[in-house]
Design a binder for this molecule. Structure first.
Ligand code: ATP
Length: 446
């Protein structure tokens, strides 16, 4: 069995409409990507699975949808204006640009000991800081007074709404706020497809706890988040947890662990889970002059909660699911590519296929079955398609390649016995099921 390479994934994504280069007809805009018809469904399903697990299946997390544009003071308080930099150098021989962090293996080596990954050169230019935030302007005058930023993380929208959520929901500690939304970073070193994009989506939870409970809570979130990926089918061997070393921690963090995935280009971060202490609420209180504390009924004291932050990227998660699910098999001496996605994530759940497209009775029956199922299953957000644009063998292969769970084939016999052949993606087992039992059959299995 063959597994994924980046070339294979990128090619499948383009060919089948998962992910396209952004502004492709103009030659593309670097490190920005557009999700096509199947990618849109798939990405929605990933976000839905996350939201279900953190907001609907727990009773301690509220949802939020904050604006991308925020008051510029936000980014002073958060430390991004002063500290959200990549430090860059150029290789003096091949002129390629690198992050110092990358050359020094996150501070393990000194820059003098580093080698250029491109040409092996050892001489680099002076270090230069580069702020990763995109700037824009509010209103008609483009001066420093009207300058704002596109948010580089969704988290700050949660911190500045802490008191609003607390007052409107009357929550007690511990509780969390979850948000999914776009974030923007003017990344300098890009590449690896959607892994590092300039516009991407984050799924973030800010979980507010009593300071004494923070360490324990941090540990349990690392486990919870790891389990989420496992439950959705990512192979255990392809996931690991990496604790940050002291020198690597962000300015706000007391501890941080990354969940890493073994991408075809190597182990890389999928999600970071940080203990942010009371840094954010303290800083926003200081800069805004507002009270962002919490009244502890038990001790009758005002405290500032600590924050545990599981922060994941939608696009990286989508890419990891694709890489993990991709497989090539040989079945009866023919190659088949299968996207073995979890059924909750597959962009299409059911495809209805006529065995003979030149027989109007078969086509009509297949279309009416598809229409019927669509009405019923779309209530539970399950996409059903009809396809007659190729021979049945090829139609099966196309559906396998995009991860469709069931193919329903309507043939000559179906006209007589009112049954269709239901083929399951992974086992390729086929069963004849009565048309009037189909809805029930599929609902039970999806
Ligand atoms: P990296 O070290 O890879 O740049 P980071 O540690 O800066 O990532 P965080 O600031 O912790 O990332 O952001 C939280 C999550 O947001 C990451 O785990 C990742 O999934 C996602 N993310 C961050 N930057 C990008 C990006 N440029 N493109 C896609 N996803 C991103």
């Amino acid at each position: 069995m063959q597994t994924a390479t980046m070339d294979k994934i990128v090619s499948l994504c383009k060919r089948r409409g998962f992910i396209f280069q952004n502004s492709e007809i103009y030659g593309g805009l670097g490190s920005t990507w557009d999700y096509g018809p199947l990618g849109t469904e798939f990405k929605r399903n990933v976000k839905k699975a996350w939201w279900k697990s953190v907001v609907y299946e727990r009773d301690d997390i509220e949802g939020l949808d904050a604006a991308i544009l925020m008051h510029p003071k936000t980014w002073v308080a958060s430390g991004h204006v002063q500290g959200f930099f990549d430090v860059l150098v150029d290789c003096k021989s091949c002129k390629k640009r690198f992050k110092v962090e990358q050359l020094t293996e996150r501070g393990k080596k000194k820059l003098e000991q580093a080698k250029c990954p491109e040409c092996g050169g050892t001489a680099f230019t002076q270090e230069r800081p580069f702020n990763l935030m995109f700037k824009t302007f509010v209103g008609p005058v483009e001066d420093t007074g009207s300058q704002i930023f596109l948010r580089p993380e969704t988290a700050q929208g949660i911190f500045v709404n802490f008191a609003n959520v607390l007052n409107s929901t009357h929550r007690k500690l511990p509780f969390g706020i979850a948000q999914i939304g776009k974030a923007f970073r003017n990344e300098v070193t890009t590449g690896n497809f959607t892994f590092r994009s300039r516009e991407f989506e984050q799924m973030e939870i800010e979980y507010f706890v009593q300071p004494k409970d923070a360490d324990q809570c941090h540990k349990s979130w690392i486990q919870d988040r790891l389990n989420w990926y496992l439950q959705l089918g990512i192979k255990r061997d392809n996931l690991r947890v990496r604790e940050h070393e002291k020198g690597e921690l962000a300015h706000y963090a007391k501890a941080c662990a990354d969940i890493e995935y073994k991408f075809p280009f190597g182990w890389s971060e999928l999600e970071g889970i940080a203990n942010r202490t009371d840094f954010d609420l303290v800083e926003h209180a200081k800069h805004s002059g507002k009270d962002l504390g919490y009244f502890d009924e038990e001790t009758k004291q005002r405290i500032t909660p600590y924050i545990i932050e599981p922060s994941g990227g939608v696009d990286r998660t989508v890419l990891a699911f694709l890489a993990d699910a991709y497989r090539e098999e040989t079945v009866r001496e023919r190659k088949r590519v299968v996207l073995g996605l979890d059924k909750s994530l597959s962009p299409i759940k059911v495809a209805v296929l006529p065995l003979l497209k030149n027989r109007p009775e078969i086509v009509d029956l297949a279309k009416s079955i598809a229409a019927d199922l669509r009405k019923d299953l779309s209530d539970c957000d399950k996409k059903v398609v009809y396809d007659d644009t190729a021979s049945i063998g090829r139609l099966y292969r196309r559906q396998d390649e995009i991860g469709t769970i069931f193919c329903l084939t309507v043939d000559v016999e179906s006209l007589e016995d009112k049954k269709v052949t239901v083929r399951e993606r992974d086992s390729m087992q086929q069963e004849r099921i009565s048309i009037d039992r189909l809805k029930q059959y599929l609902k039970e299995r999806l």
